[in-house]
Design a protein around this ligand. Structure first.
Ligand code: ZN
Length: 203
């Protein structure tokens, strides 16, 4: 695996590509680059040193053994979310959106753990398939919901699981629980479930 210093990237203005049609974008460093669509307004990026520290923390809590590239963008993503993440081939990318005002360090702590959680979730899902989701739903006693309609993000199952990961596995910003199902501290079996997932899938 490449060291974190090569995988955490502070993107500058010169990394923005301007196609004739469509939004400007920043390509990820993955072998198969994903185009992160951005607003060209100059913004502030997440603090680079803090992102390295947090990436080190979350990867040590649940190593997946693949190269994950973290992009600290100096521009805001057109999705208007704080970040995004995905697997591509045998690599992963995390986008940390820039903002028009400087970013509070608690957001960086919460966001790096959350976005890395998407990498972990998809990595487990790829290996364990639907069983993983079925077991998870039965422990949490909720129904599967995967739509991202306006004001329904908080009901999205993957977002709930990823915030469980942020709090239970990474120990980050536990007071931030924007969902209407119980806080992970209140779901007794959940901590052991994540321990088991780490034993089976964490490298
Ligand atoms: Zn998310």
């Amino acid at each position: 695996m490449k060291p974190l210093i090569e995988r955490v990237i502070l993107n500058s203005d010169s990394d923005v590509e301007y196609p004739f049609q469509g939004d400007p974008y920043v390509p990820t460093r993955t072998e198969n680059p994903y185009h992160i669509a951005v607003d060209p307004f100059p913004g502030y990026a997440h603090n680079y040193e803090q992102v390295i520290e947090e990436a080190h923390h979350v990867e040590s809590r649940f190593p997946v053994g693949i190269n994950v590239f973290y992009h600290c963008l100096m521009h805001e993503m057109v999705w208007r979310s704080n970040g995004a993440a995905d697997l591509t081939g045998n690599e992963g990318w995390v986008a940390l959106s820039g903002k028009r005002i400087p970013i509070h360090p608690a957001i960086t702590r919460s966001l790096v753990a959350h976005e890395y959680g998407h990498i972990v979730y998809r990595f487990i899902h790829r290996r364990a398939g639907q069983d993983f989701i079925n077991q998870y739903l039965s422990i949490r006693q909720i129904d599967y919901f995967d739509s991202l309609r306006p004001r329904s993000w908080h009901m999205n199952f993957e977002e709930i699981a990823v915030n469980d990961f942020r709090i239970l596995v990474c120990g980050r910003e536990s007071e931030y629980w924007p969902h209407n199902c119980p806080h992970p501290f209140e779901v007794i079996e959940l901590r052991d479930f994540w321990k088991k997932l780490k034993r089976n899938h964490g490298g």
